[in-house]
Design a protein around this ligand. Sequence first.
Ligand code: NZQ
Ligand code: ZN
Length: 385
Amino acid sequence: MLNFSFQNTTQILFGEGQIAALKKQIPSDAKVLVTYGGGSIKSNGVYDQVAAALSDHTWFEFSGIEPNPTYDTLIKSLDIIKENDVDFILAVGGGSVVDGSKFIAAAALFEGEDPWDIVSKQARIKKALPLACVLTLPATGSESNVGAVVTRDGNKLAFHNPLVRPIFAVLDPAVTLSLSDRQISNGVVDAFVHTMEQYLTYSVNGKVQDRFAEGLLLTLIEDGPKALVSETSQDLEVRGNIMWAATMALNGLIGAGVPQDWSTHMIGHELTGTHNIDHARTLSIVLPAVMKVCRDAKREKLLQYAERIWNITDGDEESRINRAIESTEQFFEMMQVPTRLSHVDLGEADIDLLIEKLTQHGMVKLGEHGAITPEVSREILVTAL
Ligand code: NZQ
Ligand code: ZN
């Protein structure tokens, strides 16, 4: 396996009722800004639980962080932070709220001229406000990683910095019961593709990483559909397994010491930035096409994936790979997400702009070999038609 350095300092508070732990987890003299989205936490009781836990704290709130959070919204929080000397941020929501709050935490103490430089120019961050979160949607892994994605004028861009890693994350599977089927599907598929981005590359004999990744894929395949059928959808064990799998899929563990791909995500970000398609739904469209176009570069891992995930052991290599890709598409279909551009009403005429955007954003050498040039991205998108 490759050399690596691994550290994940986020404390995980997992289980029902853990929101109450906020009382002790956040320093009693902190001035807290609670950040959240469009109001789901008000209708499902999470807001009330947070308010009860913070009853002895001084706290303020900033709401309205939208899915695929925008710079224009996030930047408005800086006034509240300055006016009230806020020194702790508590994000309560899904990946968008956590990501947006990471940007806020860095922007609040940014020493440069324009906080957008953090994202657009990868400007150096020297400090950030301490941040923690109550996760309400298992999907992104943002609750215990160092990444965040922010959008401005259709440009959806990421930044990474250890200073914005949440100090702790509350994972209460019960709060996910109010999610719509669409958001559950999105979460399972996002976590699945995160695992694939770090697994389906080329072998470096990272046995631990491979088997951890395979455990996550199998868990998501086993329990993801259960969260969508009425008999099992309210089962907290199902919800808990999905939630923990999603965190583990992108907390740095399975990606340490192995090559990583991320081309599906980078192409997907352009689909969201340009056409506002849900993040996970861009991934379910792009990943099968990446598997098809990059099948030679990924051959060994595709065969391992076929055998260990889908029990495909008979037939020649080409047919095993084909069936593994088909099984992946069938899993996505079972999770009720699109697998073709045509499923979201996009066609060949839309590809030029996506390639232009990828190029503009410097996404010209994607994948574990840096071999996915704009021409190859075009082939991937054509394959996804
Ligand atoms: O805004 P509210 O009202 O809270 O509603 C949200 C939102 O409409 C709703 N929701 C969340 N929890 C709920 C709930 N509804 C009912 N009950 C609950 N318990 O769900 C909707 C979608 O939320 P969002 O946060 O946008 O979803 P997700 O967690 O999938 O986050 C997606 C964002 O994360 C980024 C994506 O690009 C996208 O911007 N990602 C972040 C990553 C990271 N930081 O490492 C990696 C990922 O690959 C991804 O790129
Ligand atoms: Zn993702």
